[in-house]
Design a protein around this ligand. Structure first.
Ligand code: ADP
Ligand code: GLC
Length: 486
């Protein structure tokens, strides 16, 4: 039996991306389709989405919704792979330059509740045959932006007195909870009793994330360790109680890598290609990176790279404290990212103090991300918490040994170069357990020590590159979940 599933998300690579959610939304649907499912995606009509989807045709006129006139649902395809995409056209909500969530002062748009309620509402309409030609059996909503989809579905089921599509809600990051003042509940057109502890209410406010967790039929998150962590008081963000109650409906399914995009043997964004057995090209990539960032062109310097959103989550404050350790040992560090202005300024300041060894660039650029992942010897991901993390998976594929904090998906995907793991041919990177300077510095020292033993370093690189984190196994697990539900 072919299962029809609608994925609901706010970003999708290659159309629009601020982080790993876009990579997942871009790669998981095709992986499911390859395994026989009939999957389509629903996105808000941000300018980059409208510009990137081909052959857009109107599916339905929705009139005035959430105080917004002239809303329409359109359907088109992605040229790269033929994926069918539904797009909500609502110019006054979505036609804004820049970030999909924040204005140019980094402040969330004042009407985010309406902007993303519309996304969830349209998903529930599609489950009521809004498109005469296609009816999903599964609505798979991603993160708080799509969190109201399961709530609107439950409301519609009550109204029709029969079951509609089953819903899956995937938490990519519990730290973003989509919280709004209680008075905005009235604008959402949900039944009054949904504003309750047993519903969307969260400490007197309204939470889209909680709606997804409460009303979905199944909850997944993006790694097994994170699935356990979020059920604890310390890491549950106030939702651990609900998550524990729903523990039997909650599972962790690791994200995958799209090796059609992240493969050093064929990556069109690289200066030179290389493979696990022919690593020479990686040296050329390192030289290109040093040159790009104005660092000394030395091939035997241990080069650390960071590609990251600059938020508290990512732990770069801890890494900044360890810069003297890297400099003292003759290493180099490249940091590329964008985000929190305070972190951006802090990074720039430290870079100023160490111009030969530390280069910081602010911005978001897919090509530069590939250049750094390929050209670095080590990719650092010292996150305080990390639901899955894709950067360390890309680093493994590129033989750039990940240096990570042992939490969430980082703990599930990187094995430390301890003596035992090296002896057992298991090591793939460097893992520190406690989020403290001493732990990070010790991991940095392990990286320098291994780099000094070139044969073992190369063996570890090759092992890293041989790891298979493709979407196959994870797509199968999502399919199994869908089958259980329908
Ligand atoms: P998160 O989703 O929390 O940001 P992930 O590691 O899952 O973390 O995914 C991050 C994704 O965003 C990766 O594809 C990474 O390459 C990309 N990325 C992060 N910062 C930048 C940037 N400044 N420029 C280009 N790509 C970036
Ligand atoms: C979130 C998480 C990250 C995860 C990504 C995709 O942004 O921070 O860990 O890899 O979503 O699931």
């Amino acid at each position: 039996m072919t299962i029809r599933a609608l994925h609901v998300a706010s970003e999708l690579y290659p159309l629009l991306k601020t982080g790993g959610l876009a990579d997942v939304a871009g790669a998981l649907p095709p992986a499911l389709i390859e395994r026989g499912a009939d999957v389509r995606v629903l996105l808000p009509g941000f300018p980059a989405v409208l510009a990137g989807v081909s052959e857009l045709r109107t599916v339905a006129q929705l009139g005035r919704r959430f105080d917004t006139p002239g809303v329409t649902l359109e359907r088109g395809t992605l040229e790269s792979n033929g994926l069918i995409v539904y797009v909500i056209r609502a110019a006054s909500l979505y036609d804004r330059p820049g970030n999909p969530y924040l204005d140019d002062q980094h402040v969330p748009y004042g009407d985010n509740a309406q902007r993303f309620a519309l996304l969830g509402w349209v998903a529930a309409q599609l489950a009521q045959q809004l498109d005469p030609a296609w009816l999903p059996q599964i609505v798979h909503a991603h993160d708080w932006h799509a969190g109201l989809a399961p709530a609107y579905l439950k409301a519609a089921e009550r109204q029709h007195g029969r079951a509609l599509a089953r819903s899956v809600f995937t938490v990519h990051n519990l730290a973003y909870q989509g919280i709004f003042p209680a008075h905005q509940f009235g604008q959402l057109a949900l039944p009054d009793d949904f504003f309750s502890v047993h519903g969307v209410e969260f400490y007197g406010q309204l939470s889209f994330l909680k709606a997804g967790l409460y009303y979905s039929d199944r909850i997944t998150t993006v790694s097994p360790t994170y699935a356990r962590e979020i059920q604890t008081l310390a890491q549950g963000g106030g939702l651990d109680g609900l998550l524990r109650q729903r523990a039997h409906d909650l599972s962790g399914i690791l994200n995958g890598v799209d090796y059609a995009i992240w493969n050093p043997a064929a990556d069109p964004l690289l200066a030179t290609h290389y493979t696990a057995t022919r690593l020479a090209g990686k040296v050329a990539c390192k030289e290109a990176l040093q040159k790009r960032f104005g660092l000394a062109q030395k091939s035997d310097t241990l080069l650390f790279g960071v590609v990251s959103r600059l938020t508290e989550q990512k732990g770069l404050d801890l890494l900044l404290g360890a810069v003297p350790e890297i400099v003292k040992r003759g290493g180099q560090l490249v940091v590329f990212g964008t985000g929190d202005p305070a972190l951006e300024n802090g990074l720039k300041r430290v870079a100023h103090a160490h111009p030969e060894s530390l280069a910081v660039e602010l911005g978001f650029d897919e090509a530069l991300a590939h250049t750094i992942v390929a050209g670095s010897d080590v990719i650092a991901v010292p996150s305080r918490f990390e639901p899955c993390g894709l950067t360390q998976l890309y680093a493994l594929a590129y033989g750039s040994l990940p240096l990570v904090h042992g939490v969430g998906g980082l703990a599930d995907t990187v094995l430390d170069a301890s003596l035992e793991n090296l002896a057992d041919d298991l090591a793939t990177g460097f893992v520190f357990e406690r989020f403290e300077p001493a732990g990070l510095v010790a991991a940095i020292r392990r990286a320098f020590a291994l780099y000094g033993r070139r044969t073992e370093w190369k063996a570890t690189q090759r092992r890293a590159m041989r790891q298979d984190f493709g979407w196959g196994a994870s797509a199968e697990r999502y399919l199994a979940l869908y089958r259980e539900l329908v």
